[in-house]
Design a protein around this ligand. Structure first.
Ligand SMILES: [Zn+2]
Length: 432
């Protein structure tokens, strides 16, 4: 497939940049600009390849195929590539499958000191067979396909940033690591531990989930998501003739829910709400079992610890001693908290966008939208971790309207490449 090829940096943009800002307006790096333009059609081809392989989080065959393709691409770029099965060290939640997709880790050794981690994920929320109705296609300034925004563009952008760095023979980083996992959409049960370890070993983490079409901005914070599940086991008995011989699981469940209804804390943004419950089968039978689930949102990592401890404490106080109560607290995703380090690195990215490309770029340090793997990367490090270095896109998790903006390809390739170079050179520390 052929794609239109034009420059994304008309002279007018640069002139406007100088005129509006009035201050020093750094010229775009002509070499990187030219490389980004050259990589654009190649990136669209990569996207077509990635989107043409179905890779739902539970589709192990599809995940194997796409991880082989990704591994081959980074090998061809000179990386030392490993395919890691994360199933053995999985954090098992109620919906965690037996096995999950392999992680592709590509390592590029440089001559410098800084270690930089680039992350994205290859799995999607879609199921096998949906591709037929949603093949890859470019219409105007939009490239459509299932999983194209979330998060196949992320893999494509990273691939072509590495390709640009290779073309420039840029090796001033110590280590450039690429990590692409296959279980993000089921809350990364397998890859989370590896992502956290790798995050802690690097000096900066750039995560490539898609950016928004409406307001282009990096994300420095995302909400954490957890769940509480209660299982109560009682004893069935005839509700009419021998209710006293039963143990009413529904009574115990109701008691538990009511005594855990006040754990939200507006001061820290902690929210806990019971949302699901189920019990009983027949009107005339004392229910022998009852279950309930609560949704938990946190903005601070410490709130995960606090709420887990609180529910485990409260659950001990039972209404009916004969009932058996089991509580499970699952950390679906930790929150990503904005730090001074991530703010400084975001300012640097904003400056590159504004000064060299004449484009606006926000940096949001309030948690919005869903959680991402960036939060796992940030869990055990003080190094900057920033989300949404990916293409601008729309329609993640929708079955028929997912697309990325073709015009965001060159700016994002330029930004990603410049960021890797500046981080490698130690230029991003104070945001200048
Ligand atoms: Zn995603």
């Amino acid at each position: 497939m052929k794609f239109p090829h034009r420059s994304f940096l008309p002279a007018a943009v640069f002139a406007a940049c100088a005129a509006f800002l009035g201050t020093a307006c750094a010229a775009p790096d002509a070499g990187i600009t030219a490389l980004a333009a050259k990589e654009k059609p190649a990136l669209l081809e990569t996207l077509k390849e990635l989107v043409s392989i179905e890779s739902g989080s539970r589709d192990l065959d599809g995940l194997e195929k796409i991880s082989d393709l990704i591994a081959a691409k980074f090998k061809a770029l000179g990386g030392e590539v490993e395919l890691i099965d994360p199933s053995a060290e999985a954090y098992r939640m109620e919906d965690t499958p037996e096995k999950m997709g392999r992680v592709v880790r590509a390592t590029f050794k440089g001559t410098g000191k800084k270690k930089i981690l680039l992350i994205a994920h290859m799995d999607t929320v879609y199921t096998v067979g949906m591709l037929n109705k949603q093949p890859f296609r470019v219409e105007g300034d939009k490239a459509y396909g299932l999983g194209i925004a979330d998060d196949k563009q992320g893999i494509a952008v990273i691939t072509h940033i590495v390709s640009m760095l290779q073309a420039m023979k840029f090796k001033e980083y110590g280590t450039l690591t690429v990590l692409i996992n296959g279980d993000e959409e089921i809350s990364s049960p397998g890859a989370r531990a590896l992502i956290t370890r790798m995050g802690a070993e690097h000096d900066a983490v750039m995560s490539f989930e898609g950016a928004y079409v409406k307001e282009d901005k990096l994300s420095l914070a995302t909400a954490g998501i957890a769940s509480v599940t209660l299982h109560v086991a009682g004893k069935a008995s005839h509700a009419g003739s021998a209710p006293e011989l039963g143990v009413n699981a529904l009574y115990e469940l109701s008691h538990q829910i009511l005594q855990m209804r006040d754990l939200s804390d507006p001061a820290t943004g902690l929210k806990m709400n019971w949302t699901i419950s189920k019990s009983g089968s027949n009107r005339n039978v004392i229910p022998a079992s009852a279950t309930a689930g609560a949704d938990v949102r946190v903005l601070k990592v410490s709130d995960d610890d606090r709420i887990e401890q609180q529910v485990n404490e409260r659950v001990k106080k039972q209404l009916i001693h004969e009932a058996k109560v089991e509580l499970k607290f699952e950390r679906r995703r930790p929150p990503l908290e904005a730090t001074d380090a991530s703010r400084a690195m975001a300012r640097h990215a904003q400056q590159i966008y504004k000064d060299e490309l004449g484009l606006p770029l926000g940096a949001d340090d309030k948690a919005a939208g869903g959680g991402t793997d960036a939060a796992f990367a940030a869990l055990k490090t003080k190094a900057p971790v920033i989300e949404r270095f990916g293409l601008q896109g729309f329609g993640a998790h929708s079955a028929d309207a997912e697309y990325v903006l073709v015009d965001s390809i060159e700016p994002r390739l330029y930004l990603g490449t410049r960021m890797v170079m500046d981080i490698a050179r130690g230029k991003t520390a104070n945001g200048n």
